[in-house]
Design a protein around this ligand. Sequence first.
Ligand code: SF4
Length: 755
Amino acid sequence: MAVTAGTPIALVEGVYSRLVANAELGRKRLGRPLTLAEKILINHLVDPATQEMERGRSYADFTPDRVAMQDATAQMALLQFMTAGLPTTAVPSTVHCDHLILAKVGAKLDLRDANDVNREVYDFLRSVSAKYSIGFWGPGSGIIHQVVLENYAFPGGMMIGTDSHTPNAGGLGMVAIGVGGADAVDVMTGFPFNVRWPKVIGIKLTGQLSGWSSPKDVILEVARQLTVEGGTGAIAEYFGPGADTISATGKATICNMGAEIGATCSVFGYDANMATYLRATGRADIATAADAVAAELRPDDGAQYDQIIEIDLSALTPLINGPHSPDRAHKIGANGVGKEARANDWPINVSAALIGSCTNSSYEDITRAASIARQAAAKGLKAKTELLISPGSEQIRATIERDGLLADLEAIGATVLANACGPCIGQWERAADKTAQPNSIVNSFNRNFPKRADGSANTLSFVTSPDTVMAIALSGRLDFDPRVDTITAEDGTEVMLDAPVGEIIPARGYDPGVDTFTPPPADGSGVVVEVSPTSERLQLLQPFPAWDGKDYMELPVLMKAQGKCTTDHISAAGKWLTYRGHLENISGNLFIGAVNAFNGAVGEGLDITDGARRSYPDIAKRYSEAGIRWCAIGDQNYGEGSSREHAAMEPRFRGGVVIFARSFARIHETNLKKQGLVPLTFSDPATYDLIGETDTISVLNLPPVPDQPMKCRINKADGSTVDFEAKHTFSPEQVEWFKAGSALNIVRQKVANAK
Ligand code: SF4
């Protein structure tokens, strides 16, 4: 199917043509009414008639309708895909250039600089996209999730995206899941997407939002109630009469930030607001097709949820969450966040206010913010702090410029940044004096972990609605409550702000702006993908070698981690973002965040070849150059955090073959297996304590056999040994990955055999 700047109606009709029958099949098999999430999942099962569907337990194979990748994660995903030898991706896929644009002075110059600095990466992504029939959204087109919402999402669809906030598309009734590059490669190469069948948390909305309360406050309240872990392993499904009062883009805001409660994704049932948005964005045919199966695009009456939360929108008041955690909720105003700020010494005067990100940059969001700006200007007010606006897409930027909204915002002192992630992902160059001391910022983003916005641990970031951001920008104070507080105008008068007024859909329709989409050519086979061998940022991948058929004997322990060892500890982010497309260079960060269990040092250990202490990446490089295979030891939940595959590829690239741990984070464990490593869990967790710094470990009964433990041996320097057992979770299919050297090598073999 050709990849265009939209989802072809034929794809949607294909999904709907089987929806009614599959939902009926699901009801029969489960013997009860279905949630919407279940209907969408069942309709995308590889085999709906036989696959297990037990919530929270079964692993199931799905066939998503499409894949989206942002520029930072697309690099390694596509480098891997290239090695498969396929002529095109198996499902429609798109690349979106949004993460690599640094916000410095404003949209025009920042975009010019980004095109300069990232030219090599953009050229690579553009040419790979052309070669393999992938749609390419160039720099300036907007943030991946807003572009997907405007062009690709559709009710009842299922997609995966290599970014945590892919669930944004749930605002249009789609099951949209954020994944690592390895999962994207699976789906693009025609493999199913395998994931544990999620639980379903029902969030019943009643009443209607009004005044200063907005959709953002719904998810801030959900985060307050469920915390950052409360949604883990579950889909959050919104239903009830209140759900139908929220616009499609408002629903997207709520689904987007559902990532902050750890949910697999979030979803709303199809309603008139979704149909309106589809029609306004040039997709009347999809709205008509959805209308025809509307009953199956909503939960059944009596659908059963694992947990239900009820929120009365009429009673919901504005919230502001932070700092450091998106679930740390406060009411706005002196008695809410103000009181907490005084108790915790958080600066009351705000140093910057930011509106935008994929979470909150819809036309409705901007019209509400601009309505506040207009009345503020009329009352003689200007922003009392730096005010930055990031439009979510070129379409939004062009429309709000045409409709005079950007001018309204600029009139009170706002600076408009590029249509990109910018400050939301640390791509924000702030003057050093701003971050030299503790400072508070307010923004309409979704994440507020330390250092996320500007890289400074001094910055305390609070997430809230664009309306509240604007009010706080005008007052300059974190504890401002526009419902009761006044602001002193330049002429000394005290003025109050009226509640914002928004327009959901632009009366004159959307202005698409500059066309930034490059469709792939009908035949991309002649396209040459250039990667310079001297490039610092990109490197073509070589297939990992197949297993040599022998047991692993006397593997030195490169690293034994104490406590948490997340994917950030294994493969750090920050400045390493630059090397996401260069496996050798990014391997320079291997384990640099890991705490050495033998001496508490961070990122360094013992090189057994000469007894020297070196950084882990240096030792790994030396071992790999000397042909020494090694193992590493993790503690509990090794590899939690992001699903980035670099945390599995780097050890493999540097000669790591086995990772032992007390337990693994599931996605990372699978990633390790995909790259040909053997993740093993100590049958007796106390075995972890028996492993010394100069010990070696042997694995004696390779290959893994499903449901049989591995026999292992610790070899001590004094010649003594300790035998122990370790468990694994290899399925028969995954054993083949191990034997072949990686899951991708299997695809490559299949492609070669088919030729
Ligand atoms: S705007 Fe922020 S949350 Fe959204 S995709 Fe970009 S970095 Fe991620």
